[in-house]
Ligand binder design. Structure first.
Ligand code: UDP
Ligand code: MG
Length: 155
C-alpha cells in the first residue's frame, strides 16, 4: 500500500457544533499526518465546482447554501492508503446509516449535515488538494514517532 494524501473539509456543521477538534483528534489518533490545515470561507463558485458532479441533484441548492453559511476547516492528511482509509473512518454519506465508531456514525444523523468531506479517489484527492491548497501551504516532514506507526517495510 502506497503513502497517499487526501483532502478533508470539516463542514459548517462541524464548525458550528464545535466538533472540529474531535474530528481532528480522531484522524491524528489513527496516526495520519496533517500536512496542511487552514480555515476558509468557501464562495459559491468554488463550491459549485467542488460539487459539480451533483449539480443536477434536487439537494444541490441546499448543499451550496449549507456549505457557504460559515467558514470551514480544510486539511490534507497523509498516510498509507489514506484515501480509502479516511473514507472508511468517515463512514457512509447518510450519517444516519453510518456505522458506530465512524466519524459520521458517532457525530451526525443526517444525509446532508454529515460533518466531513473526504476525497473519494486518488485522482479526486490530487485535484482537490491542488484546488484548495497552495504549494507553500503543504508541508513535507517526518513524524518523530513514525517508527512506532509503521513497520520498516511499510514506509
Ligand atoms: N448530500 C445531500 N443529500 C443527499 C446526498 C448527499 O445533501 O441525498 C450532500 C452531503 O453533504 C454529502 C455531499 O452532498 O456529503 C456530497 O455527496 P456525495 O455523494 O459525494 O457524498 P460523500 O462523498 O460526501 O459521502
Ligand atoms: Mg463525494
Amino acid at each position: 500500500m502506497a503513502v497517499e494524501r487526501t483532502l478533508i473539509i470539516l463542514k459548517t456543521d462541524a464548525v458550528n457544533r464545535g466538533l472540529c477538534g474531535e474530528i481532528i483528534k480522531r484522524l491524528e489518533g489513527k496516526g495520519l499526518k496533517f500536512v496542511g490545515l487552514k480555515m476558509a470561507w468557501l464562495d459559491e463558485k468554488t463550491l459549485r465546482e467542488h460539487y459539480a458532479h451533483l449539480a443536477s441533484k434536487p439537494f444541490f441548492p441546499d448543499l451550496i447554501e449549507f456549505m457557504s453559511r460559515s467558514p470551514v476547516v480544510l486539511a490534507v492528511v497523509e498516510g498509507r492508503n489514506a484515501v480509502e482509509l479516511v473514507r472508511n473512518l468517515c463512514g457512509v454519506t447518510d450519517a444516519n446509516k453510518a456505522a458506530p465508531g465512524t466519524i459520521r456514525g458517532d457525530l451526525a444523523l443526517s444525509t446532508s449535515r454529515n460533518v466531513i468531506h473526504a476525497s473519494d479517489s486518488l485522482e479526486t484527492a490530487r485535484k482537490e488538494i491542488e484546488g484548495f491548497f497552495k504549494k507553500e501551504e503543504l508541508f513535507s516532514y517526518k513524524l518523530s514517532n513514525s517508527k512506532y506507526l509503521y513497520a520498516e517495510d511499510e514506509l
